[in-house]
Design a protein around this ligand. Sequence first.
Ligand SMILES: CC(C)(COP(=O)(O)OP(=O)(O)OC[C@H]1O[C@@H](n2cnc3c(N)ncnc32)[C@H](O)[C@@H]1OP(=O)(O)O)[C@@H](O)C(=O)NCCC(=O)NCCS
Length: 161
Amino acid sequence: MSVTLKNGYFEPMVYKAPAVSETIKTEVVCPNDTNPMGILQGGKLVQWMDIAAAVCAQTHAERICVTAKINEVQFKHPAHVGDIVTIRAKITRAFKSSMEILVQAQARKVLIGKNNLISEAFFTFVAIDENKNPCMVAPVNPVTQAEKKIYKEALQRKEHV
Ligand SMILES: CC(C)(COP(=O)(O)OP(=O)(O)OC[C@H]1O[C@@H](n2cnc3c(N)ncnc32)[C@H](O)[C@@H]1OP(=O)(O)O)[C@@H](O)C(=O)NCCC(=O)NCCS
């Protein structure tokens, strides 16, 4: 695994708070995104979530990152044509080259104006160097109580797969 040689120089490992790379992506559900019942397709939603998670991972790592695993995907409620879908991706923990990102998607009906959690999942991304080999990423510094809790749990998730 390559360490932190970047642009010809070694860089110090700087702890980063999850807020630094938190990513919000917003979409409007269009007819092409839905099944014949007008319900947002699961695959389309996961694609949007994957993009938000990739932006989050790459912002944290300052490297190109690839999806290694998508875990515990849940579709809790349907979203329909016209709904506004807001996807929030936040890093829970970084290991050596891999990072766990929690992604949550909410849908809002314009006329009702209330957000509804429709899906959540844990994505694992791996940072790669110029030769496409995994490379070290900055560690995460959890700040809030919720961030500290999910940081601890991330190790258990990594060890139990
Ligand atoms: C992800 C990938 C870079 C890992 O490469 P590799 O040589 O197998 O890496 P290693 O075995 O040295 O593991 C490197 C890290 O990835 C993690 N990892 C590898 N495969 C994983 C998987 N399936 N699930 C979770 N983590 C995984 C390892 O735990 C390790 O983490 P750490 O460095 O934080 O301890 C490689 O498998 C790959 O390129 N996969 C295809 C990715 C892809 O095309 N994604 C879709 C498009 S973005």
